[in-house]
Design a protein around this ligand. Structure first.
Ligand SMILES: NC(=O)c1ccc[n+]([C@@H]2O[C@H](COP(=O)([O-])OP(=O)(O)OC[C@H]3O[C@@H](n4cnc5c(N)ncnc54)[C@H](OP(=O)(O)O)[C@@H]3O)[C@@H](O)[C@H]2O)c1
Length: 349
């Protein structure tokens, strides 16, 4: 069933999606949406599904009908503890793919109807994080944070990419990684690891890509393009023969993993704080441009979105989806789809 057009959005407050101001329309004309939110920090059970006002875009923002969203560890870390400036209640979620429904007057790159994807949350931005995340039927985002969804990539696949791809790219940039160098990726099977392995091989043309994972995922990580896979349940870092031009640690084990780095070679740790003072922390840059740059590799299928075989959860099963990612064992990404069409029903994306 096709999604209805929810464009008749009247003046709802945006900034504070939870506070309405300057309303010029009658109460009964307010357009509401389904959204997951939490009003207190804690385990996944603090999440509630409720009705919230649909936001309207600021002059520099797009209003998006979300078709799919992906979860990231930061979504549950922020829910468990007050790690970053953000007002409660919070609608979690950074990654999404969807359709532009409306735009602010200063938006120049996108039109209503465009299929776009991106990470809507910038942790490097000044001020507070957005209260309205992607686990809602509608969200708002600055146009420079999103890109046109590549052809041949589904909404679910597109939603799985932004945070992981932006993080993977940033690590190689921070290390000043050069074509033909070798890289040892600690944790090749997770959201970031699966992209780091593929980008190392395809975009950065590494001479040797080795990644670690547990026994059941060795063939999977090889299938992503790793030249060698180390089963960490059987082999310790000290037993790895080669030394590498870069150690790219996605699991926060730099206190141990540095031993596979060549002398003076960079050690990148994407977790905070790194467990080794020698390691450089690398934090993602949120930008639609990074996604746009990778578009050819995504459209020709050389770089693939990786969704965990059990990792597609209906919008109504968001708590189960968090339960799954919080095991720390996801293979690639955990994605939420389909989303509701409107407050009364669901539709396929
Ligand atoms: N700095 C940033 O900007 C940034 C951005 C994104 C994420 N992060 C952080 O980076 C970390 C990874 O994120 P993610 O999205 O990739 O997480 P994820 O998808 O949840 O990672 C799950 C994967 O980690 C692997 N893993 C767990 N322990 C391992 C070990 N000892 N050795 C090798 N692999 C292991 C698991 O494989 P096995 O089952 O085979 O162990 C699983 O496939 C998180 O802490 C996240 O918060 C930082």
């Amino acid at each position: 069933m096709p999604c209805g057009n929810p464009l008749e959005i009247d003046a709802l407050d945006l900034n504070g999606v939870f506070k309405r101001r300057n309303l010029t329309i009658a109460e009964n004309r307010l357009k509401m949406q389904k959204a997951w939110f939490y009003e207190e920090y804690g385990p996944k059970e603090v999440l509630k599904l409720g009705d919230l006002p649909i936001p309207s875009p600021q002059p520099y923002q797009l209003l998006i009908k979300v078709h799919a969203a992906a979860l990231n560890p930061i979504d549950f870390k922020l829910r468990q503890n007050p790690l970053a400036p953000i007002d409660l209640p919070v609608v979690p979620g950074c990654d999404m793919a969807g359709v532009v429904i409306a735009k602010g007057d200063d938006v120049s790159k996108f039109q209503a109807g465009d299929e776009i994807y991106g990470n809507i949350q910038s942790f490097k931005a000044e001020g507070k994080l957005k209260q309205l995340g992607t686990l809602a039927e509608f969200t708002v985002v600055e146009e420079n944070m999103v890109a046109i969804k590549p052809k041949n990539v589904s909404f679910e696949e597109a939603a799985s990419l932004p945070v992981a791809v932006q993080t993977a790219v940033e690590g190689f940039k921070t290390a000043d990684f050069k074509q033909g160098q070798s890289v040892f990726i600690v944790g090749g099977a997770g959201g970031v690891g699966t992209l780091a392995v593929q980008l190392a091989k395809i975009v950065y043309k590494a001479s040797l890509v080795t990644a670690t994972t547990s026994s059941g995922k060795v063939e999977f990580v090889k299938s992503l393009g790793a030249d060698k896979v180390v089963d960490y349940t059987k082999t310790r870092y000290e037993e790895v023969e080669e030394k590498y031009d870069l150690v790219y640690d996605t699991i926060g084990d730099s206190r141990n993993s540095y031993v596979v780095a060549k002398e003076d070679a960079p050690v990148i740790d994407i977790t905070w704080p790194p467990s080794n003072p020698r390691a450089k922390h690398s934090s993602l840059t949120v930008s639609g441009e990074i996604l746009e740059t990778l578009r050819p590799c995504l459209e020709n299928g050389k770089v693939k979105a990786v969704i965990d075989p059990s990792g597609l959860f209906h919008f109504s099963d968001v708590i189960k989806a968090f339960g799954y990612i919080e095991t720390g064992r996801a293979r690639g990404k955990v994605v939420v789809s389909p989303f509701p069409c409107n407050a009364n029903g669901y539709c396929n994306t």
